[in-house]
Design a protein around this ligand. Structure first.
Ligand code: S3P
Length: 437
């Protein structure tokens, strides 16, 4: 894919449904009693992998128009799959389904593509083992074979890694555990599972513990009742458009029906300190806050004048903009003093080693970058130049560097650009529709 420099971004767009919320809606509807209808389900390959795994587990799923109907099998009604469950590239599919499968009275195996099979899974194997499921892995990685039990043990678990996927895995397993399972997190991660369980009728307690920690608790066994869900537009997909609009002077962009869950909008809040970003038409859909985001571009001189000292991103912020960090590194290169991102070792365990891929591609575009074990530092006031970008199959790297290509001098070429389909197949077409050159 060739990306040419752009003058500005202009228009109004609506985005496909949020990937994180779509996974949860489909999985939770699959174990509810009754038929749930889901609209604006994510068009990502990741969320398609979730549906195909659920079908393999005996769940009937029909599509009509833009709507998906899920015939809930009930909490104990899934069927032993006839083959391994292929989660593709999707960590969320694997880690959340592991939680559901731990509480089923059959054995199943979760696998995925080469990237997913190289990612750490002990983080879910261990707590599920404490709950009484036996999960075997290949040296801590997928394939995971789950010997489920229809009655698990409730646990009290403090997350060792700030991960919404691990938290969600345990909360989903807790539906089939006897007693109260509590998960405590020392850094706030996205809370879509808690919200979705609540809207399917599961009594779930959530709250603060001390200054930063939070907990969520489910008392099992718990039954779920079907409901209709409208999925808000994906704020992580919106981030690329927002960054492009802020970075290109004279831009004006409106994105309607976007999820603005407080645990997901740290990127928005940060960029709002650089340029004009407004959220209007706030409402709540299926227990998730939704709004319209309006962005206006900032003159380059003003942008450069922001932040006398480098922007510092650390432990408490990381989980709330984890997927936006490569993009934030690109944005940081355009501020006066640059950006330093630390405590972000988790980035090395994503679809690619995102510290390495961000550093490598920023350097290819002429930025001065220092790499740390747990992050990176990018010099500010950088004039990026067009380059050949290798995203290493990682959708978020391909999209972050497409934005970099729009503000660079000269053309850029994104290799393996089709990898954007993992989260956002419409990305390039939609981007082209709002670009003015
Ligand atoms: C996700 C959580 C995050 C994020 C991923 C989606 C989710 O992963 O990076 O893209 O839907 O729960 P971790 O929870 O492992 O950090």
């Amino acid at each position: 894919m060739i990306i040419k420099p752009a003058k500005r971004i202009h228009g109004s767009i609506r985005l496909p449904g949020d990937k994180s919320i779509s996974h949860r809606a489909a999985m939770i509807a699959a174990i509810a009693e009754g038929v749930s209808r889901i609209t604006n389900y994510s068009t990502s390959a990741d969320c398609a992998a979730t549906l195909s795994c659920l079908r393999e587990l005996g769940v009937r799923i029909d599509r009509s128009g833009g709507e998906i109907q899920i015939n809930g099998a009930g909490k104990d009604g899934l069927r032993a799959p006839g083959k391994d469950l292929d989660c593709g590239n999707s960590g969320t599919t694997m880690r959340l389904l592991a939680g559901i499968l731990a509480g089923q009275s059959f054995t199943s195996t979760l696998t995925g593509d080469e990237s997913l099979r190289s990612r750490p899974m002990l983080r879910v194997v261990e707590p599920l083992g404490m709950m009484g499921a036996q999960v075997s892995s290949s040296d801590g990685r997928a394939p995971l074979t789950i010997h489920g039990r229809d009655s698990l043990k409730a646990i009290d678990y403090e997350l060792l890694i700030a991960s919404a996927q691990v938290k969600s895995c345990i909360l989903l397993a807790a539906l089939n555990a006897k007693g109260k399972t509590t998960v405590t997190e020392n850094e706030v991660t996205r809370d879509h599972t808690e919200r979705m369980l609540k809207s399917f009728g599961v009594p779930i307690e959530t709250g603060s513990k001390g200054e930063h920690a939070r907990f969520a608790a489910v008392t099992g066994p718990a039954n779920l009742s079907a409901r209709d869900v409208s999925i808000p537009g994906d704020v992580s997909s919106a981030a690329y458009f927002i960054a492009a609009a802020v970075l290109l002077p004279e831009s004006s962009l409106e994105i309607t029906n976007v999820g603005v869950n407080p645990t997901r909008i740290s990127f928005l809040s940060l960029l709002a300190t650089l340029g004009f970003i407004e959220v209007t038409d706030a409402s709540e859909v299926a227990n998730e806050p939704v709004g319209t985001i309006t962005v206006r571009g900032v003159a380059r001189e003003n942008f450069l004048n922001e932040f006398e000292s480098p922007l510092n991103i650390g432990r408490l912020e990381i989980p709330q903009l984890v997927d936006e960090l490569p993009l934030l590194a690109v944005v940081g290169s355009q501020t006066r003093s640059g950006i330093e991102i630390r405590d972000a070792k988790e980035l090395r365990a994503k679809e690619s080693d995102r510290i390495a891929t961000t550093v490598e591609n920023l350097r290819a575009m002429g930025a001065e970058v220092e790499e740390f074990d747990d992050g990176l530092r990018v010099d500010g006031s950088t004039r990026l130049r067009g380059a050949r970008i290798d995203p290493r199959g990682d959708h978020r790297i391909a999209m972050a560097f497409s934005v970099a290509g729009l503000i660079a001098e000269g053309e850029s070429e994104i290799g393996e650009a089709e990898c954007v389909g993992v989260s956002f197949p419409e990305f390039f077409d939609l981007l082209e529709s709002v670009i003015e050159r």
